[in-house]
Write a new protein. Structure first.
Length: 424
């Protein structure tokens, strides 16, 4: 086969190839072709990679798809922006050679997806490479000289998105490792501060917001703050399950953009209405609707910009989509002048009562439900924010935490005051 085997954890489900290149040539394809295997689609518990990539009733002839959603889905698994250009260059690839990158980087991706290339040597057993704290510190201080994803002369632990981060396996004794091999995968993600000027407090920001979200009852990925001595956030992967014998099971989870078939370049245009439309695929729509509503409200209270499509994930199985634990919460830059009418990511203003009413209409939610949930969440945030700030006083700089606390409490007070006007 001229292409890549597509696996979901230990199940081979299909194959992927460059659709617009001559046979045997895979350089910089503009389209990708995906086909599910008949033995997969014949399984009682089979499911598609995403709603945007539906399975045929049976595999075989006619099941191959070259829809734009194919490239969009797999493109989200790769680094973006400057991280992409630097990582691809380290692989000896042009910045648009997604297929080539997937061929070389496909063994440990987001969700349960594994891409296995013909002809590439596969590890016969587990391979672990320890990451020392002082080595990580050295790499963080010299990211301008060597791409952060390049270790030992090869790309390791790279993940999708524009921000530098590393997929690592965390031993039970706390040691960090790169891993490769059968039934082995990363269990956590290391997220340092972005290189952009003025972004040095991002790990503290995200740490505070994630801890606050957990305290007020949202389902979030567990996080830890480490100093090497540079601050790095260690996020536990919700798409991994560590077994008692040390093996790691991959759980299939996808971003909202992958579910919708939206390419990375268009993710900022995804609306909240589009996100809520994905609940049509949920086997428990009432449970997931409330989770998604609280996720939306909490992002408003902490001032996150846009719709957050890139930070919203869903588990995928034969039953459909289920909202996955939240990740990536951070206090943003939007102002409090109010906004309504456009709930896409270009809208960086906090909601006013009219915006919530429009949101209720567009997402088919009873305004009274929004009023009650918003009041309840505002009360919880106001009750817990100072407690969390005090708990983190020894782990994060006090001026940073106090700044975040003031902004979040101020927005919570504002939203609580206007909540009663939503249903009018």
């Amino acid at each position: 086969m001229n292409g890549l085997e597509v696996w979901l954890d230990e199940h081979e489900v299909g194959w992927l190839r460059a659709a617009d290149a001559p046979l045997g040539q895979t350089e910089s394809p503009r389209r990708l072709s995906l086909a599910y295997l008949e033995r997969w689609t014949s399984e009682v518990l089979a499911f598609p990679l995403a709603p945007s990539l539906p399975m045929p009733p049976r595999g075989g002839p006619g099941s191959e798809s070259t829809a734009d959603a194919v490239l969009a889905f797999f493109d989200h698994l790769l680094p973006a922006g400057d991280a992409r250009s630097r990582t691809f260059a380290a692989l000896g690839l042009s910045a648009d050679d997604c297929f080539g990158a997937m061929r070389l980087m496909g063994r440990d991706l987001a969700g349960a997806v594994r891409l296995i290339a013909d002809g590439l040597q596969r590890p016969a057993g587990p391979v672990q490479r320890a990451i020392a704290r002082d080595e990580l510190s050295e790499r963080l201080r010299h990211r301008d000289e060597l791409p952060f994803a390049v270790w030992d002369g090869q790309v390791r632990g790279a993940l999708g998105g524009e921000r530098d981060k590393l997929a690592v396996y965390v031993e039970r004794d706390g040691g960090w490792h790169f891993v490769d091999g059968p039934q082995m995968a990363s269990t956590h993600v290391l997220k340092p501060a972005p290189e952009a000027q003025g972004s040095g407090d991002q790990p503290f920001n995200e740490f505070f917001c994630m801890r606050l979200a957990a305290r007020v009852g949202l389902d979030v990925a567990p996080v830890q703050l480490h100093r090497v001595p540079e601050p790095v956030l260690l996020v536990e992967r919700f798409d991994r399950q560590r077994l008692e014998d040390g093996r790691v099971r991959r759980l299939h989870a996808i971003s909202a953009c992958q579910a919708l078939g939206v390419p990375p370049a268009d993710r900022d245009g995804v609306s909240l209405a589009q996100l809520f439309s994905l609940l049509a695929h949920s086997p428990t729509p009432l449970v997931d609707s409330r989770a998604l509503l609280r996720w939306t409200m909490f992002r408003q209270l902490i001032g996150s910009d846009g719709s957050g499509a890139k930070d919203l994930s869903f588990f995928v199985d034969h039953g459909g989509l289920r909202v996955a634990p939240a990740h990536g919460f951070a206090c943003g830059t939007h102002d409090a002048r109010g906004a309504h009418g456009d709930h896409g990511a270009h809208n960086a203003r906090a909601f006013d009562a009219q915006a919530w009413a429009d949101f209720a209409r567009d997402c088919d939610i009873a305004p009274r439900s929004i009023t009650l949930e918003l009041k309840r969440l505002c009360e919880l945030v106001r009750a817990q924010a100072e407690v969390v700030a005090e708990e983190l006083a020894v782990e994060a700089p006090r001026p940073v935490i106090e700044g975040l606390l003031g902004r979040i409490l101020g927005e919570s007070d504002r939203q609580a005051a206007l909540a009663s006007d939503i249903a009018r």
